[in-house]
Design a protein around this ligand. Structure first.
Ligand code: ADP
Ligand code: MG
Length: 700
């Protein structure tokens, strides 16, 4: 058998498996081939030398391994509360073992009076130590000369366990596997300069399954984690290089009058360093003749709108039209208003196209886009409808990307033969670590600097019991001429309940701020668009001092005079949403405040989130914390990306390895984009073997 095919052999061909067990391994653990088994890593190793005296087991211990003799096996209770308990005793004490499931077959496999090695999570019950559903095996003293003292235990399932394939028995299969495969079946895939301080690949696979010491295990693990991250990064780089090479795009060769005139005469402020850097990145990217596909991450208030405008000016300098899309009508209107204002002395035509644009106006705009008398169009997804055709769309800017589907973006590309450059802007920071794994094939810019002179928002956490004093505080702010937001959570499972909460809140706010002295507007998801717009507009224009709403106000809204954000039931919000909401204030020169109201009974995690909010205003720090608290699976937009499905690597704990993998992969691909240099031959061969790797069983 050639080397590539041995690992592709169906699992049933492994000695000791056979068709029946093979079926179970496929169904229960997705193990179809020899290679799948090789990659089914042990979740721990039994070290028979590491045994705790039972008398010393304490509540601080999490998992313990103990050794003793079983005394008295009892089955207690009936039906659902039926359980089996036994005592494991050594010379220092005893611990209870309990089973609630699989009692019959466990009972058959244990014998009173025999010595066992037991592993599991300890819990304490009435001061007595207990292990529920322990791993248990007859104790056999390690024989001298035995190679490995560390015996692997593999992830298994209840079903497999009951059919004689528990975590240890799977290890027998792995042992058989290692008798069959050779080094050539697991060839090296890292370039030699990365192997200096690293275990070779074959050795690493052997050691991760059957380590000869803890030290070796650690080295094997870190080698394989690095490999996994490195290969993923190389792949992303190659996809990106391929896109750069093959996706023809408009060439924005010059920076001309539009840009320069605006920059020199109409720019209302100095750009921040981050803004300058990002504009430069966009300029370089759009000048190469390949399509730009860039994700711009900028914290709330970092000035992304200006980046959009400057990029659009470059497009105009090169004879191209641009569109700027926002997820809501309110935001589109705001963008339109600020662009029109900024461009009022420029010879450029800006239009606003949304769902509520009147027919005659719509007709005028569609015509203007066709004959290129309109240069910039701002709008909602109304822009991507079929009927909207451009003479020469060169750039599409999409604001607040997390509300815009991938399919909708693809629609854009159909608007001209050569796809427009795409700039996606988002203010929901994704941790850098995550971004570089999930979006590594996109070009990526970061704005991590706020315009100068901003006063950091003061954030406090208060319990609902002190709502009255919070209201008083809001009153003093309003008396100073400021405006305030009151936000209520939207409970996804129960729209009705959130609505009732909101109404109740509205009444409460109203009783503190009676009309006619105070004016309040309210927005929520149940309102008709037009009603929402009107209420929103009253607040934007300063006709009302208070805006009560659900999270519909979350995205992008810019009311610099608003200085207080009160978030009700703040414990019900996630970190990134809290950060987004808070970003609605602190947009003017006045000191702004964010008050997080929660129930005293909020969970510890929720209070922890609120604490983080009080400690930092930095969206990227918050995103990192969010990732730590929730794990990568829950972060917006990455759920389906699949880019995070690592076998061994964990992008939170393995950050450092990820950073190194990313840098190395980038350097290698930059220098040798086809991986044809001799030093990259192994990596290349590996990637090719991966492409053709098809498990036979998986086809069926
Ligand atoms: P976001 O990144 O959240 O979309 P905006 O583009 O809405 O931020 O900008 C927030 C506010 O900061 C706006 O009022 C804008 O005019 C202002 N701004 C943007 N860039 C600068 C800058 N370099 N200096 C001063 N103010 C700026
Ligand atoms: Mg914005």
């Amino acid at each position: 058998m050639s080397q590539a095919t041995l690992l592709q052999s169906p699992i049933e061909y492994l000695k000791g498996v056979g068709p029946l067990r093979a079926d179970m391994l496929k169904k229960e653990l997705n193990l179809y081939t020899f290679g799948d088994l090789l990659h089914h890593f042990p979740h721990r190793h039994i070290d028979k030398t590491q045994v705790s005296p039972i008398g010393q087991v304490s509540p601080e211990m999490d998992f313990v391994q103990v050794r003793g003799v079983l005394q008295g096996i009892d089955i207690i209770g009936e039906k659902r509360s039926r359980r089996m308990v036994t005592q494991l005793k050594d010379s220092t004490g005893q611990i209870e073992l309990a089973w609630f499931q699989g009692i019959n077959w466990v009972q058959k496999s244990i014998v009173e009076g025999q010595a066992y090695l037991v592993f599991g999570r300890v819990s304490f019950f009435n001061g007595r130590a207990q292990i529920v559903h322990p791993e248990i095996e007859p104790y056999v003293a390690a024989t001298a000369g035995q190679k490995s003292l560390l015996e692997p235990v593999y992830p298994s399932t209840e079903k497999l366990k009951s059919r004689g394939l528990n975590g240890k028995q799977i290890g027998k299969l792995t042992q058989t596997l290692f008798q069959q495969i050779r080094e050539q079946d697991v060839p090296e895939n890292l370039p030699s300069h990365l192997l200096k301080d690293r275990m070779g690949r074959w050795e690493a696979y052997r050691q991760i399954h059957f380590p000869t010491s803890q030290e070796h295990y650690k080295n094997a693990l870190s080698r394989l984690v690095f490999e996994e991250l490195f290969i993923a990064q190389v792949r992303l780089n190659l996809i990106k290089i391929d896109r750069h090479k093959n996706s023809k795009g408009h060439k924005f060769e010059i920076v001309g009058d539009n840009f320069n005139t605006f920059y020199n005469n109409h720019l209302p402020f100095q750009l921040t360093g981050a803004q300058k850097r990002v504009i430069k990145e966009i300029r370089q990217d759009t000048a190469r003749g390949f399509q730009m596909n860039r994700l711009l991450q900028g914290d709330v208030g970092s000035g992304k709108t200006m980046i959009a405008l400057l990029s659009m000016l470059i497009a105009a300098d090169n004879g191209f039209q641009s569109c700027l899309m926002a997820p809501t009508e309110i935001l589109a209107q705001q963008h339109y208003a600020s662009l029109s204002e900024l461009l009022k002395e420029m010879p450029l035509e800006v239009a606003l196209l949304t769902g509520s644009t009147k027919t005659a106006e719509r007709r005028r705009i569609l015509q203007g886009l066709m004959d290129d008398t309109i240069h910039f169009v701002v709008g909602t997804h109304a822009i991507i409808e079929e009927v909207v055709q451009f003479k020469n769309l060169g750039l599409a800017v999409i604001d607040e990307q997390h509300r815009f589907g991938v399919a909708q973006r693809a629609q854009l590309w159909k608007k001209s033969k050569v796809p427009p450059h795409v700039l996606v802007m988002t203010a929901t920071p994704i941790p850098r670590t995550l971004a570089m794994t999930a979006f590594g094939d996109l070009d990526y810019s970061v704005m991590d600097e706020l315009p100068p002179g901003r006063q950091p928002i003061k954030t406090v956490h208060r319990y609902e019991t002190s709502r009255a004093s919070v209201m008083d505080f809001v009153k003093t702010e309003i008396t100073k001429g400021r405006q305030a937001y009151y936000v209520y959570p939207l409970i996804e499972e129960s729209e009705k309940m959130s609505y009732e909460d909101l109404m109740q809140g509205y009444e409460q706010v109203k009783s503190f701020f009676p009309e006619p002295k105070y004016k309040i507007s309210m927005v929520h998801g149940k309102q008709k668009n037009i009603e929402k717009e009107t209420n929103m507009k009253r607040f934007v224009l300063g006709d009302t001092q208070i805006l009560v709403g659900t999270t519909v106000i979350e995205v992008g809204v810019n009311v610099p005079n608003a200085s207080v954000m009160v978030i009700e039931s703040a414990e019900k919000f996630g970190l990134s949403q809290l950060h987004q909401l808070r970003g609605r204030v602190g947009r003017g020169s006045e000191q702004s405040y964010c008050i997080l109201l929660s129930s005293v009974k909020a969970s510890r995690e929720a209070k922890n989130r609120l604490k983080i909010m009080c400690e930092t205003n930095d969206g990227f720090v918050i995103a990192e914390k969010d990732l730590e608290l929730r794990g990568p699976g829950d972060i917006d937009g990455t759920r389906q990306s699949g880019a995070l499905n690592f076998r061994l690597a964990n992008i939170i704990n393995d950050r450092q390895a990820l950073e190194e993998a990313k840098n190395e992969a980038y350097a290698i691909c930059e220098k040798d984009p086809t991986l044809s240099a001799p030093e990259n031959a192994l990596t290349r061969a590996f990637l090719q073997s991966q492409k053709t790797k098809i498990g036979w069983g998986k086809i069926a």
